[in-house]
Design a protein around this ligand. Structure first.
Ligand SMILES: [Fe+2]
Ligand SMILES: [Fe+2]
Length: 219
């Protein structure tokens, strides 16, 4: 009896490892699509990987378990996968969207949700994909969720995503200085961003800049 229980445990351990491996392979395959998409635009090249790096540092700072950190990393890597469903004309338009264009652009989190939904192995990544444009005060999209109702991975990816958009150049704006980025994040605490995540952000951000920002042209 005892022997059987041990081998059962072993079997479930092997099964879990197999599922983990399949998940990693699926995320890698989807990352090929994301990289191909980002590669077409020098401004967003590497965006999802940078968002994932900062999300991981924030998740570690929040004291999450390695498994939860890994889910956040994968969700951050795929957060903009729905942009695959947005037309080039819109995707590469340098700002100044009409309200109708803005509405179409804002569909990318829902489009991403439906892409990720294709595999039941990736369902745990849906919150980061679908809800990374929610705002802490409820003014975001697509669901207008507020505060604790926004899934935690989405709150983390939201800050990392916005940080990257501010700190790197875009066709319609230069990269903001570190000082201005930090000022903006501080001013948006409790509005756009979860204050508890902003608190961790300020603890880790100097180290993150030092380690990651020279390649992006930060002075
Ligand atoms: Fe996005
Ligand atoms: Fe993004």
């Amino acid at each position: 009896m005892r022997k059987k229980a041990v081998s059962g445990k072993k079997r479930s351990g092997t099964l879990l490892r197999e599922i983990g491996h399949k998940k990693e392979v699926l995320v890698e395959m989807m990352m090929i699509l994301v990289r191909a998409l980002e590669e077409r635009d020098e401004y967003t090249k590497g965006h999802s990987e940078r968002v994932a790096s900062l999300s991981v540092v924030l998740a570690k700072g929040l004291g999450f378990s390695p498994a939860k950190i890994e889910t956040i990393r994968r969700g951050a890597l795929l957060h903009d996968i729905g942009k695959i469903g947005i037309s080039d004309e819109l995707l590469y338009k340098p700002g100044n969207f009409t309200p109708e264009e803005r509405a179409r652009m804002n569909q990318h989190p829902e489009k991403g949700h439906f892409i990720v939904l294709n595999s039941h192995l990736l369902w745990d990544l849906i919150p980061a994909v679908r809800n990374h444009h929610e705002n802490y005060d409820g003014s975001g999209y697509p669901d207008g969720l507020k505060e604790g109702n926004i899934p935690l991975p989405a709150r983390i990816v939201s800050l990392a995503d916005y940080f990257d958009a501010l700190a790197t150049a875009r066709p319609y704006k230069p990269a903001m200085t570190k000082e201005s980025v930090l000022e903006y994040v501080r001013s948006m605490s409790g509005k756009k961003f979860d204050p508890s995540i902003v608190k961790v952000f300020f603890k880790i951000i100097d180290g993150f800049y030092e380690k990651n920002f020279k390649p992006f042209g930060e002075s």
